[in-house]
Design a protein around this ligand. Structure first.
Ligand SMILES: N[C@@H](CCC(=O)N[C@@H](CS)C(=O)NCC(=O)O)C(=O)O
Length: 205
């Protein structure tokens, strides 16, 4: 298997972090340089279908993009430790928090960074108003997560899952905007610190 990857970008980081939590080491990493546009070259597009990373090329040649689809495939191939839920109930709760993390936090913050950070001008026709709106939406949504984390150690279950990885990486991307988690969100602060201390956090940088 080959993982098409790039450093610093949040979506490939999800997959690297996920693999590190599971101790997966037999996936070849192929680094693409987004700023040089290697993800837009015809040979990559023919495989991936979209000018995006990450992409996972399986041993039979099937290639999938979408970081969570890649993680689901890896979960089937390497079931332990479980990161998508063990029972039907747990699986539904993990999916719910993973989608909330994606839609309420990761996507707005990603748009904030893409439209506001000068380095991203190479990839985006920047509109600062879009960036500011999305950054503020992401910040507001953190309060939903703070309420959840007031009564739960992790977002979805009694252990770390894909929901925590998607949520934390979405929030952590805002370091590019020099944005800190508001101090009064003490439960998000506690959880974010626990995420930073995971051994897998380094692989996920
Ligand atoms: N929903 C996709 C998003 C993939 C995505 O947007 N990747 C970014 C890097 S984080 C990318 O490839 N950007 C290239 C570009 O904008 O040209 C996923 O989760 O994998």
């Amino acid at each position: 298997m080959k993982l098409y990857d790039t450093p610093l970008a949040p979506n490939p980081r999800r997959v690297r972090w996920f693999m590190a939590e599971k101790g997966i080491e037999d996936v070849e990493i192929v680094r693409l340089n987004l700023m040089e546009g290697t993800h837009k070259q015809p040979d990559y597009l023919a495989k991936a279908g979209l000018p995006n990373v990450p992409a996972l090329e399986m041993d039979d040649g099937t290639t999938v993009t979408e970081s969570v689809a890649i993680c689901r495939y890896l979960e089937s191939r390497y079931p332990e430790p479980n990161l998508f839920g063990r029972t039907p109930e747990e699986t539904a709760v993990v999916e719910m928090w993973m989608r909330r993390a994606e839609m309420l936090v990761a996507t707005p913050f990603m748009l904030g960074v893409r439209h506001l950070h000068p380095a991203l001008a190479a990839l985006e026709k920047q509109e600062p108003a879009i960036g500011e709106y999305n950054r503020d939406q992401g910040l507001r949504a953190l309060r939903v997560f703070d309420r959840r984390l007031a009564g739960h150690e992790w977002l979805a279950t009694d252990r770390l899952t894909i929901a925590d990885i998607v949520g934390f990486i979405g929030i952590d991307f805002t370091r590019m905007l020099k944005l800190a988690i508001p101090e009064d969100l003490i439960h998000v602060q506690r959880w974010a610190q626990a995420m930073r201390e995971r051994p897998a956090a380094k692989a996920g940088m």
